[in-house]
Design a protein around this ligand. Sequence first.
Ligand code: ZN
Length: 245
Amino acid sequence: MRVAVLSDIHSNLVALDAVLAHAGTVDAIWHLGDVVGYGPDPDGVVARLIEVGAVGVRGNHDAAALGGPEIDWFNPEARAAAEWTRDTIDGTTRAWLSALPERRAIGRISLVHGSPRDPIREYISSTDVALENLAVLETDFGLHGHTHVPVAFCLGPDEQLRVAGPASGPGSDGVLALDGQRALINPGSVGQPRDGDPESSYLILDPEAATVTWHRVAYDIAAVQAAIRTAGLPGRLADRLAYGV
Ligand code: ZN
């Protein structure tokens, strides 16, 4: 079974379409929230996710787009984009975002945006935070986004935490085997990568074999930058896409 796991698409339809084309035929598409915010095409992204039958969870930018108080924690550019998104999205997008749960469990895997203990707000960006969340994780594996950085925190039977990522998968195929471990896994961001690599990041999960494989996909960044400027969104949101920050 092949599941494409996508996170932090952020209204970037050009990137989403490049990732879907790269993934090819899959058995399911799961998303980890922040479907909207920052980018120029919220309705297009939601329409595509509906079309491909994606299931997922709500992120802080999705909550902000619906009028939630999350907007109060945003920096000025994120806030401007959230206000633009609120004013732009159509009824279909609003209804679809409203229906997203904060967490979802599918078999032995949990889906959240931020972290298992605080699915909307917390960033899993250190081994301490990862360990605290592995302690409350109710399934073997937890998929999360929010930091826009592809990484996995794996807890072996020896209770030692190991940090793995796209470049550290054993063997030349880059496949990370999770069996016998518990793990928190971040696919990275489709629409606004922040690990210094501007190409879209996502992963393919095989739930039965308990393996994940990260992938990077090039997309037409210049086209999205132009659309961000045309929409009147802050220019820095366009600039950063070229650098992956
Ligand atoms: Zn995000």
